[in-house]
Design a protein around this ligand. Sequence first.
Ligand code: C2O
Ligand code: CU
Length: 536
Amino acid sequence: MPVPQLWCSHRQGLCAAALLLVLALSGQFRPLDAGQQTAAAQAVVLPQPVTRSITLVAEPGTLTIRRGQTVPVWTYNGTVPGPEIRVYAGDSVRVTLVNHLPQATTIHWHGLLGPNSNDGVAGVTQNAVLPGHSYTYRFVARDPGTYWYHPHQNSDKQLDKGLYGALVILPRQAGSSPQIDRTLLLDDWPLAALAAAPMQGMTMPGMSAHTRVLLAAAPTTGRATSASSALAPYLADRGMETYQTFTINGHAYPDTTPLDAAPGTRVRLRLINAGYLTHILHLHGVTYRLVATDGHAVAHPQETRALLPIAPAQRMDIEFQMPQGTWSLHDHNGLAGAAEMRLLLGQAGQRSAADQTMDHTTPPLLDVAHYGQPATAAFTLHSRFDQTFQLVLQKAPSASAMGGMSDMTGMAMDAYTINGRLFMKGDNLIVRRGQRIALVFVNKSQAAHPMHLHGHRFQVLTLNGVAVTGAPLYQDTVMVLPGKTTVVAFVANNPGIWMLHCHELHHAAAGMDIFLAYQGSPRLAQLGGPAHNNPE
Ligand code: C2O
Ligand code: CU
């Protein structure tokens, strides 16, 4: 099943259908194709920006990851991923979150440069929405690109349950858009843990049956297969051995939905990593271009066949022309679940059941620091900054020394710190509007940390010790490898109190968060309270 694409929840299906009909008849609005999402190819110049209204109902449900394996999950409108929200730049978007979960929740718009009040961070920008309540987010879709949405309340647990979806902003004038434009949300699941440790208050019909299915399906060894030395730093020191099931749009191979593309078709894939592991994607037999990182266009991207690493929370948009034959997009990260993160590409009716033209060569990793062509950018390696903040990333020697955190099972957890401090225990990064800011991430731990800044896009100047000399590299989430230093820069142009944290959300929950706080900006909510506000 392609990702469903709705403007309203099924509960409002009638109202949505009626509204679309009215808009279509009035010539103001052309509904996007819900199937292959090819509408962008023919998109005309839309006369007027419109207001898009969507209702997202967060509710428990089930997901059939593959035939014979159905698991309890949390969903938006009954599906994992949630409905894709696809709008045009300039549209106003109104999203009403209805909470039918047994605990409070929020929605964060990952990568969006919107107002702080809309950021969806429990205890920082709003109170979490209590069960039975609703909350409306409003924003204007500004910069075209690939974004995503997910809760920012108990986020490590709530994302693990399946709460996430794509937000795609299309350019208002489509130009020469690809004929197929498809979003693929990647995820990794702790299935044994999901089945064994239901979250408090969660209803789990048929729980014991599910548990049996899962145990039967679990691979007998959790040992990683050989990952080459270039891949190793991305996946070092994870403590993620229970994350053995990998999915694309909620399904594991062979039950992933193939991409139906005739030879010669121009294809854009919007890859979004909603999980906590880095995936190393190999597009067998196909030459592609990396056209956007975290939603931002890459200057003059050249053709490549390299393996594409995509860290947690990152988005990578690629374009290619479909060749003859049946090919696959496949994860090379070497972990137990990698074999099932696979999707076939080829023309329906002529596609073989497997990748018969298997590409046995293993290309090198894409070198993003030297990819594309240099272009004018706000910063260079020699820029001056108003403020430079160093952020040392570490694993604390013992969790109990840092305040005795423990997980649901009562086991002591590791603590992860920034500048030796846990979240809320250290100094904020205080900035003033208009300042040019550099962040220097120094990773002194054995694990990789995908560091994400809310409300801003930054330019990566050095990536893990390597100067970025290709196209200017814009991201909102940068992977800082163990032992390496990464420098990013941005203009402080969006006042508020913003989270800066690791998007391996176990690390965030274990302390690896800090605030970027604009002088004079109010903090809009506090931790705790009736909704137990707890952003991570
Ligand atoms: Cu994807 Cu703090 O967010
Ligand atoms: Cu981390």
